[in-house]
Design a protein around this ligand. Structure first.
Ligand SMILES: [Zn+2]
Length: 278
């Protein structure tokens, strides 16, 4: 678990287990730089959410959830691969990760997700379908809601899908489009491609800037190597365009970038066209 600061905002990585992904899940002209592959060549990728403590207490993304097997099946179906093709270890839940920071779910003011895949929505709701973050404003990207909840596309655990439908109907969850103010320090920015409603989060205060990239990038090398894509981007050309915009923004502002699956919870800056990992 790591914490970095952006002005007055403290950003803490919350780990909810680690995937073992197929060797070819990233495609590109160079090795993406992920390390510590297993004997089958599979790549370990942490499943991360973020706690951002500034004027408000915010959780960005919500991990794999209380039904990890259901989540893995949903992801495999979305990827069009066999369930056995993805490994999982160390799944402990966001609750303990928050408790380690002295934070309870009821302390959270806002929960926002980068996109509606099973590994980013799991802990939004408990197994009874009610919100885990009972006092929080819950923000979901509308275009993903239309595809994965209202539409037929697989990617969510069926129980999560039904729970989100009910939370939106009751007004407890809100849908957002485009740029959205999440908290005084956090702005949601559209970053489509991985999914149509995929969103990244700029965190800015005191002249400092960071960005939570969701799944717009899977490893720091992608900041400097735009041809490296993910095999399951819904729209690969749009995903590449989004990576280019993020890279330009990161280089122009000296932004510290961190992804939901960056190995070891690493963060990186783009300096002279190359990703510099910190
Ligand atoms: Zn993901």
């Amino acid at each position: 678990m790591t914490t970095f600061h952006v002005g007055r905002a403290a950003v803490t990585t919350l780990v909810d287990g680690t995937f073992l992904m197929a060797p070819d899940f990233l495609a590109g002209p160079v090795d993406p730089g992920t390390d510590e592959r297993d004997t089958r060549g599979r790549v370990p990728l942490p499943i991360q959410a973020f706690l951002v403590r500034g004027r408000r207490t915010v959780v960005v993304d919500a991990g794999l959830g209380p039904d990890p097997e259901g989540a893995m099946e949903s992801l495999a179906a979305h990827l069009g691969i066999d369930r056995a093709g993805i490994g999982l270890f160390g799944h402990a839940g966001l609750g303990p990760a928050l408790a380690e920071q002295g934070v309870a779910p009821d302390d959270i003011d806002v929960v926002v997700v980068s996109h509606l895949h099973a590994d980013h929505t799991g802990w939004l709701t408990g197994q009874d379908g009610t919100s885990i973050f009972r006092n929080a404003r819950l923000l979901l990207p509308r275009a993903d809601y239309e595809l994965f909840v209202a539409g037929e596309r697989r990617g969510l655990v069926p129980a999560t899908r039904e729970a989100l439908r009910a939370l939106v109907a009751s007004g407890q969850a809100e849908l957002f489009d485009g740029e959205e103010t999440v908290s005084p320090e956090i702005t949601a920015l559209p970053a489509p491609g991985h999914t149509p409603g995929h969103t990244v989060f700029a965190i800015a205060h005191g002249g400092e800037r960071a960005m939570i990239l969701g799944d717009a990038m899977y490893c720091p090398a992608q900041l400097g190597e735009l041809e490296i894509g993910a095999m399951h981007d819904v729209d690969p050309a749009l995903a590449r365009r989004t990576r280019e915009l993020i890279a330009r923004d990161a280089e122009a502002h000296g932004t510290l970038a961190v992804g939901c699956h960056f190995a070891g919870g690493r963060a990186a800056r783009l300096v002279n066209g190359r990703a510099v990992v910190s």
